[in-house]
Design a protein around this ligand. Structure first.
Ligand code: AMP
Ligand code: GLY
Length: 427
C-alpha cells in the first residue's frame, strides 16, 4: 500500500514512523515533510493547503491512503475533494471539520446536545462585546471564532485585558476573518487532559489519555505555544473520569453531529478541563494533537494503517470485532526542544548535534518538527524543532530516560522545559 502523510511537524513524523511499521505499507510519501521524516518517507514539495496539487499527486502516484495531519486542509475541504475523486483519505469532511474551524459552531453543538462546557456568549459586534465584559465577572476567556494557529484564545484576568483582546481580534483583525465573531466565556479552573478517539460516527474507539504542556516556561509560565511536551497516560484521568468524558463529551458530540446530518470520520480530539464540577469540554480538534501524537503512537501496538483504513471506509467495527486497540502499558514522555525566541520570532538554520547519540538510548525516538536536511547536516527550520520521546515502566522512568536523551542534543539557542511530566508524579 502506498501512503501519503500531509504535514511537516512532530505529529507527522510520529505518524510516518508508525505507518512505516505497518505490514500493509510498501511506500510512504510526505508533503512537505521535514529533515527527520525524509529518512522514512519520500518528501514532496507540495504545500498542505494545495489541495489540487495533492490530488494530482495522489492520482499520479496511485496513493492508496492519504492521512491528513494539520487542521487547515481539513477545514478547507480536502476530504470532500478526495472522496469526490474516489481517493481514500483519513479525516473528517469540511462540515465536520467546523468543530475545530469554528468555535461558534462547536459551542452551539455543545450547547444543543448538552455537552458540559463553559457558559458562553457569541458576539459579532465590538461595542456589544466590550459592553458585555464591562458588566461581567473576571477572569473571562475571549476566543476568535476561526482558526488562528492556536493563538486565538486569551484568558483575560481584567476588564482591560479582555477589551484589548476583543479589539485585537475584531478591530485590528489580527486573525483576519477568523475574528468576525468571538466567543466570551467563563474561565474554568483545573488540569487539562487530551482525549482522542477514532470514529466513523457509528463506532468510537478511544486512544489512551495524554496531557500537553502549553506554556513556554516551567511551571506553566509565559505565553501559550503549540505544546512544549506531553505524557501518556494522564493518571489524573481515572477510568471513571475517562468513562464520564466519553459519555458526556465525546458520544454526545458525535451523536449530535449525526442528528445534524454530519458524519464524522477520522480522529476526534477533545480538549477537556477537569474541574471540581466534573469534566468540561474546552475545545475540539479534528485531527491528532501535537505533541500528544508523539506520546500516544509509541504506545499503540495495533497496526495504525488497518485502523485508518477501517475508519476511512466507515468500517471501524472491524477493529472493535478484533478486540479494539492494543496498547503498550508503559508510559511515554515527549520533551519539545524549541528555537530561541519561540513562540515569538525565532531563529532558523542552526546545526543540530547529538541526534544519533540520543537515539542510541533504548526506547528513545527523536521526532523531528522544524528541521531540514542540508547535505549530511540537520539544521533547525521552525519554532518547535524536535520532540524527544522516551518510553519507561513508569512516568518517572520515562521522564528520566527522555531527559537523558535531551541532554545529548544541542543546537544554538535550544530551549526546553525541565518539568515535563512532573505534574503526573506530584499530583
Ligand atoms: P482552546 O483552543 O479553546 O482549547 O483554548 C486554548 C487553551 O486556552 C486551552 O488549552 C486552555 O488552556 C485555555 N482555555 C480555553 N478555554 C478556557 C476556559 N474556558 N477556561 C480556562 N482556560 C481556557
Ligand atoms: N497540543 C494541542 C494541539 O494539538 O492542538
Amino acid at each position: 500500500m502506498r501512503v501519503l502523510v500531509i504535514g511537516s511537524g512532530g505529529r507527522e513524523h510520529a505518524l510516518v514512523w508508525k505507518i512505516a511499521q505497518s505490514k500493509l505499507t510498501d511506500k510512504i510519501f510526505c508533503a512537505p515533510g521535514n529533515g527527520g521524516i525524509s529518512a522514512l518517507a519520500e518528501c514532496m514539495d507540495i504545500k498542505v493547503d494545495d489541495i489540487e496539487g495533492l490530488l494530482q499527486f495522489c492520482r499520479k502516484e496511485k496513493i492508496d491512503l492519504t492521512v491528513v495531519g494539520p487542521e487547515a486542509p481539513l477545514a478547507a475541504g480536502i476530504v470532500d475533494e478526495f472522496r469526490k475523486a474516489k481517493l481514500r483519505i483519513f479525516g473528517p469532511q469540511k462540515k465536520a471539520a467546523q468543530l475545530e474551524a469554528s468555535k461558534v459552531f462547536s459551542k452551539q453543538i455543545m450547547a444543543k446536545y448538552n455537552v458540559p462546557t463553559a457558559a458562553f456568549k457569541i458576539f459579532d459586534d465590538v461595542a456589544a462585546a466590550i459592553n458585555h465584559v464591562e458588566n461581567r465577572s473576571m477572569p473571562c476567556v475571549v476566543k476568535a471564532d476561526g482558526l488562528a494557529a492556536g493563538k486565538g484564545v486569551v484568558v483575560a484576568k481584567s476588564i482591560s485585558e479582555a477589551v484589548e483582546a476583543i479589539k485585537k481580534i475584531m478591530q485590528e483583525r489580527v486573525f483576519g476573518d477568523a475574528g468576525n465573531k468571538i466567543i466570551i466565556e467563563d474561565c474554568l479552573d483545573g488540569q487539562e487532559a487530551s482525549i482522542l478517539v477514532f470514529t466513523d460516527s457509528k463506532e468510537v474507539i478511544p486512544l489512551v489519555s495524554s496531557q500537553d504542556h502549553k506554556r513556554i516556561f516551567d511551571n506553566d509560565a509565559g505565553p501559550n505555544t503549540g505544546g512544549m511536551g506531553a505524557y501518556s497516560p494522564a493518571p489524573i484521568v481515572t477510568p471513571e473520569l475517562f468513562k464520564e468524558i466519553l459519555e458526556k463529551i465525546v458520544y454526545r458530540t458525535i451523536d449530535g453531529l449525526v442528528k445534524e446530518g454530519i458524519e464524522y470520520c477520522g480522529v476526534l480530539y477533545a480538549g477537556v478541563m477537569l474541574t471540581k464540577d466534573g469534566p468540561q469540554a474546552l475545545e475540539f480538534n479534528v485531527r491528532f494533537g501535537d505533541p500528544e501524537t508523539e506520546v500516544i503512537l509509541p504506545r499503540l501496538k495495533t497496526d495504525l494503517v488497518e485502523v485508518m483504513l477501517a475508519a476511512s471506509e466507515g468500517k471501524l467495527n472491524k477493529i472493535s470485532k478484533l478486540g479494539g486497540l492494543n496498547w503498550d502499558n508503559r508510559a511515554c514522555v515527549c520533551v519539545v526542544c524549541s528555537s530561541k525566541g519561540y513562540p515569538g520570532e525565532y531563529e532558523k538554520g542552526k546545526e543540530i548535534f547529538g541526534l544519533e547519540e540520543a537515539e542510541k538510548i533504548k526506547d528513545v525516538v527523536v521526532f523531528h518538527a522544524g528541521t531540514k536536511k542540508m547535505g549530511e547536516k540537520i539544521i533547525t527550520n521552525g519554532g518547535r524543532v524536535l520532540g524527544v520521546t522516551g518510553l519507561g515502566n513508569s512516568i518517572k522512568e520515562a521522564i528520566d530516560k527522555t531527559y537523558q536523551a535531551v541532554g545529548k542534543i544541542n543546537f544554538e539557542g535550544m530551549h526546553y522545559r525541565r518539568d515535563i511530566g512532573k505534574k503526573a508524579i506530584t499530583s
